[in-house]
Design a binder for this molecule. Structure first.
Ligand code: COA
Length: 260
């Protein structure tokens, strides 16, 4: 698939999806959201893709937010649709993606950029990264899941403060806040993240999808996550990966999962 605003690169099962609008600090316009949706849809079906790393081009920005120039004259209804479409097409799509998605935050992750990083399954940041939800400085609130996912990750009080002040935190503080799992030097960001992806790829990707569904169930209204866990746990016993994983362990050899 040809893209204008993103780049993709598959390196031995690790697909990098790179947001590529450097002149606009990788701000998410409508076309970029659509292209990201298309790239993730393709990655979902592609057996060669095991793990996705989502990052931004250049050394300055992961994503500096939704593209403000696109919605500055929107009405109430258009604003609502912008949030609903974006959440369905990209942010929820990434959060519920059946293969692991790691955000490699390489600079500014603001507004929709931080929301996108938070939709990923976990985050690694470079030491120059800056994160925040500045929407209240624009007379808005976060609309791509930020009011929900930020408190889940950092706690209600810190989320309230970040959203109310519209300020930015640096990578060190993001680590203290549990917003990112690791911080490394900018030059090492992709290599460091790939090493985590390689560790993940040694395990059963069929089990990984079940784990993503079970963990996400904890955050769904009206869903009992423990019941989902029981159901997903039970289903695992019917997979070839389970047969291979347990037999490899009992025969003291490395598992070679068929569900790869
Ligand atoms: N939407 C649209 N354009 C954006 C953008 C966004 N969210 N963020 C940056 N850009 C554009 C700028 O308008 C500028 O374009 P121009 O060269 O055509 O004027 C270009 O990207 C470079 O940004 P600039 O502001 O000149 O860089 P800077 O280093 O001075 O500042 C930021 C960097 C990130 C602090 C600043 O760009 C910023 O505050 N961006 C908006 C962040 C935001 O509020 N995001 C939430 C949106 S809901």
């Amino acid at each position: 698939m040809e893209f204008e605003n993103i780049l993709t690169e598959n390196n031995d099962g690790i697909l990098q999806i790179i947001i590529n609008r450097p002149k606009k600090l990788n701000a998410l316009n409508r076309d970029t959201i659509q292209e990201l949706h298309d790239a993730f849809s393709e990655a979902k079906e592609d057996q060669e893709v095991k793990v996705v790393i989502l990052t931004g081009t250049g050394e300055k920005a992961f994503v500096a937010g939704a593209d403000i120039s696109e919605f500055s004259d929107f009405s109430v209804e258009e604003g609502r649709e912008l949030a609903a479409n974006g959440q369905a097409k990209l942010f929820d799509f990434v959060a519920n993606f059946p293969k692991p998605v790691i955000a490699a935050v390489n600079g500014f992750a603001l507004g929709g950029g931080l929301e996108l990083a938070m939709a990923a399954h976990f985050r690694v940041a470079s030491d120059n990264a800056k994160m925040g939800l500045p929407e209240t400085s624009l007379g808005l609130i976060p609309g791509y899941g930020g009011t929900q996912r930020l408190p889940q990750l950092v706690g209600k009080g810190r989320a309230m403060e970040m959203i109310m002040t519209a300020g930015m935190i640096d990578a060190k503080q993001a680590l203290q806040y549990n917003l990112v799992n690791h911080v490394c030097e900018q030059e090492e960001l992709i290599e460091f993240t790939e090493k985590i992806a390689q560790k993940i790829m040694k395990n059963s990707l069929v089990a990984m999808s079940a784990a993503i569904r079970a963990i996400n169930a904890n955050y769904e209204d009206g869903v009992n996550g423990f019941e989902i866990e029981i159901s997903e746990f039970g289903s695992s016993f019917g997979t070839q990966d389970f047969e291979e994983g347990t037999s490899a362990f009992l025969n003291k050899r490395k598992a070679d999962f068929p569900g790869k």
